[in-house]
Design a protein around this ligand. Structure first.
Ligand code: XUL
Length: 527
């Protein structure tokens, strides 16, 4: 039964709206998928999109016990479909980043003694001191952020240590708010997990440590030595070191699965539980990113994942410890004006047609004959600015461009911004760099050509619908094989291949490198 070909690895994703699992075999082929959607499958929690937005519109939480209940439902569905749990040799998972779980005094004992004839949520329902977990969509902790930056010595100092300036959703600031607003509940909290380490703890039947990659999204971890920054812990709440426990590399093997899952679902008692991590780090693993790579997700908002060797934390973006190579880093940059902004230009000058948009793009020259535009429909995150701006080749502000120039301007400025801000965080274009493009616009070759020329790298595409789950299954295999002894790249050699979409053109790249200087000047002007 446990012969090579029959071994299975599970990757879970505890995301905002659902939990999902994929099973891969030892050739990393997906053999099973299941999902539980919180709104649809657990209507008793009355969530919308898996969350509760509170009256102040700033506080956003999810019922912790809903996640627990969803896990049994998911595993029951798998069992009913005939899934062979006994073949699973290791599992890992991802959690929405920054969310926190507050375990009440006595919870560890219950975890250690889970009874397989009673559902998890029945056994654990009274063991969360804060029953509603703060999640990443919460933005109610501005005061705590200001305090943390002040105590540490300013936003850049905090970024230098923890990889990010203070952000409302980052867990340290969320914990500070809980401590200040509910001191008695904080007092009764024996352990604090991230969503990722909470889910791992359910499987292990004991607290699984926070991994260094998801731990980087808390504003309390020193990303350079992977230890808690004591000054940041103290600035957030008392006794945090005890309540958080140690940090571990993301491929840490926590131990074997709890007998609850063995008895109830038929897992092997030897099934290994590998530390869970954040959904973004897990996606980086799922895309098999390597040194020098950039992943560009072109969706409603555009997101960039960078593999970094020498990070330069800045006041924008986030630097995390790398989930598959603890000596490296990853950076995350979010650009709010993604496809909606491209669509606005398409609707205004290309008759609402992507085909016309592409023709216009192809009919104009790289560098746009010196014209540059910046299009921020909504308040941008990177950089902090809003509005539409256009400059002609003489550097003169102009109110409009002809259709072709307008189309090229929006695409070029979006990719120049990505290169500029990637370089600000320590990214360097190298000769082996690759760009992995995902999301809606990744099927548009003329758009990808601009991306390729800007980064002087071939652009590959990959189906990433399940990248956090897949990355978790791959990490389960990596962790089981002894994460620090074997390179992740070796483990994922047989993962689905990238498709080469376009290759860079040196002449165009040289134009963009020059143009970047002008773009930078204009961006500084409008911030
Ligand atoms: C990352 C972030 C989101 C969540 C979504 O910083 O807040 O991407 O991880 O689940």
């Amino acid at each position: 039964m446990f012969g090579g070909g029959d071994e299975l690895f599970l990757g879970f994703d505890f995301s905002t709206q659902q939990i999902k699992v994929v099973a891969v075999n030892s050739s990393l082929k997906v053999v099973h998928e299941s999902t539980v959607n919180f709104d649809r499958d657990l209507p008793e929690f009355r969530t919308e999109g898996g969350v509760h937005i509170h009256d102040d519109q700033l506080t956003v939480t999810s019922p912790t016990i809903m996640w627990v209940k969803a896990l049994d439902l998911l595993l029951t569905r798998m069992k009913d479909s005939g899934f062979n749990f006994s073949a699973v040799v290791a599992l890992s998972g991802a959690g929405q980043q920054h969310g926190s779980v507050f375990w009440k005094d006595g919870a560890a004992k219950v975890l250690d003694n889970l009874q397989s004839d009673t559902l998890l949520h029945v056994q654990l329902k009274n063991y969360f001191s804060i029953p509603d977990s703060p999640i990443w969509m919460d933005s109610s902790t501005t005061e705590q952020c200001e305090n943390l930056e002040k105590i540490i010595g300013g936003p850049q100092k905090l970024a230098d240590i923890t990889g990010s300036r203070a952000y409302e959703r980052f867990t340290g600031n969320q914990i500070a708010k809980i401590f200040q607003s509910r001191p008695a509940d904080y007092q009764r909290t024996e352990h604090i997990s991230l969503v990722s380490s909470f889910a791992a703890s359910l499987f292990h039947g004991a607290y699984v440590p926070i991994d260094i990659s998801d731990g980087s999204g808390m504003n309390m971890m020193d990303i350079h030595n992977h230890q808690w920054c004591q000054q940041a812990l103290d600035a957030c709440a008392p006794n945090l070191c005890d309540k958080l426990g140690p940090l571990v590399p993301s491929y840490h093997k926590a131990g074997s699965i709890s007998s609850y899952f063995v008895d109830r679902y038929g897992f092997s008692p030897e099934c290994a539980v590998i530390a869970f991590t954040g959904d973004n780090p897990a996606s980086l693993a799922g895309m098999c990113l390597q040194k020098g790579d950039v992943a560009v997700s072109l969706g409603t908002s555009d997101t960039l994942f960078l593999w970094l060797e020498t990070p330069q934390p800045a006041l924008e973006g986030h630097v995390f410890a790398n989930p598959v190579d603890a000596s490296a880093y990853m950076a995350l940059l979010c650009f709010k004006n993604g496809s909606l902004t491209r669509e606005r230009v398409r609707n205004s000058v290309a008759d609402g047609s992507w085909e016309t948009f592409s023709h216009l793009l192809e009919a104009t020259n790289p560098g746009n004959d010196g014209n540059i535009g910046i299009y921020f429909n909504v308040q941008e995150i990177t950089p902090s600015a809003v509005g539409t701006y256009r400059w002609n080749s003489d550097g003169k502000a102009v109110p409009s461009f002809p259709p072709g120039t307008e189309v090229r301007a929006v695409v070029e400025s979006q990719f120049l911004a990505k290169r500029l801000h990637a370089e600000n965080l320590g990214y360097n274009i190298g000769c082996n760099s690759r760009v992995i493009a995902t999301g809606g616009a990744s099927s548009n070759t003329p758009i990808l050509q601009v991306l390729s020329d800007t980064f002087n790298a071939p652009v590959y595409t990959l189906d990433t619908t399940n990248s956090a789950c897949l990355g978790s299954a791959y990490r389960a295999k990596h962790g089981r094989e002894g994460g620090d002894k074997v390179a992740f790249t070796k483990v994922v050699k047989c993962a689905p291949a990238y498709q080469l979409a376009v290759s860079p053109r040196l002449e165009a790249h040289n134009i963009y490198s020059k143009m970047l200087e002008r773009y930078k000047e204009y961006e500084q002007k409008i911030v």
